[in-house]
Design a protein around this ligand. Structure first.
Ligand SMILES: [Fe+2]
Ligand SMILES: [Fe+2]
Length: 270
């Protein structure tokens, strides 16, 4: 059995210190097999915001796998945005933009989807997709997971987002992820915690579980979506995604969704 704590959209600069401290205590007292951070570590890609993020990550359990988000690329400083988009991130958070974690049971690949030109929308490059194809073929891990900032599937119908930025080249990447038998996709960006399987949106492929985390402790919450994160349990043919949200004084379990592996991929267990 493996556990993953999946946090996203920390947005240092707009962080709520009480929530940040509570999360740190919770993760320290119950450390996961791997901590995944799916981007937007800062609000405006400022040096002091990256320093605060770095200091905070240093207090959380290891191992960690971190990818950048669009907010980690400067928006208004156009010189930095186009010439040095992720320089501060690479200096202060991690130099690796497409990190890989592997421990025999878990293969986890992070892909940087943050782009300077289309600042809010993200995209994967053909080179990233090809590199991942090779890595997926080489691994024998029981669970294969891909982490991006921008999600592959939209929130459930009836959600209030005005515009939904899915990751660019999603369909091309999905074909490779499908052939490589990926089990789980982790993302953030919309500040909305939800999960589902990919098949309704990418018919013809195997069903891959796609889980998005809300913003873990930023003030930038949507009214309908409290701060929260995902605690994921992987065991044999089962993936359980527990959404833990801030409820007055602590993070508490809001709901757990259970997926089971069958021949054509992963299906929700009602
Ligand atoms: Fe964000
Ligand atoms: Fe974002």
């Amino acid at each position: 059995m493996k556990t993953i704590a999946h946090i996203s959209d920390l947005h240092f600069g707009t962080e709520l210190p009480v929530l940040a401290a509570a999360l740190r205590d919770e993760l320290q007292s119950n450390p996961p097999s791997l901590l995944v951070v799916s981007g937007d570590l800062t609000q405006r890609a400022r040096r002091r915001q990256f320093s605060a993020a770095r200091q905070y990550l240093d207090e959380l359990p290891q191992p960690q796998l971190v990818v950048p988000g669009n907010h980690d690329v400067p928006l208004y400083d156009v010189v930095r945005r186009f010439l040095f988009p992720l320089t501060r991130y690479r200096k202060l958070v991690t130099d690796e933009l497409d990190p890989i974690f592997e421990d025999g049971d878990l293969f986890v690949a992070g892909l940087n989807s943050a782009r300077s030109l289309t600042w809010k929308s993200g995209r994967l490059s053909l080179e990233q997709i090809e590199a991942l194809r090779a890595r997926l073929l080489a691994t024998r891990a029981a669970f294969k997971i891909v982490v991006t900032h921008h999600p592959f599937i939209p929130p459930p119908k009836g959600s209030s987002e005005a515009r939904i930025d899915l990751v660019g080249r999603a369909a091309q990447a999905l074909a490779v992820l499908d052939a490589g038998k990926v089990d789980l996709l982790l993302a953030g960006h919309l500040h909305h915690g939800y999960s589902g399987d990919t098949r309704p949106y990418y018919p013809g492929n195997r069903a891959i579980v796609s889980a998005q985390a809300g913003t873990v402790f930023s003030r930038r919450v949507r009214p309908s979506d409290p701060n929260g994160y995902n605690r994921i349990t992987l065991n044999g043919n089962s993936i359980r995604i527990e959404v833990r949200t801030w409820q007055e004084r602590r993070f508490e379990s809001l709901r757990t969704t259970h997926y089971q592996r069958v021949e054509d991929g992963w299906h929700i267990v009602e």
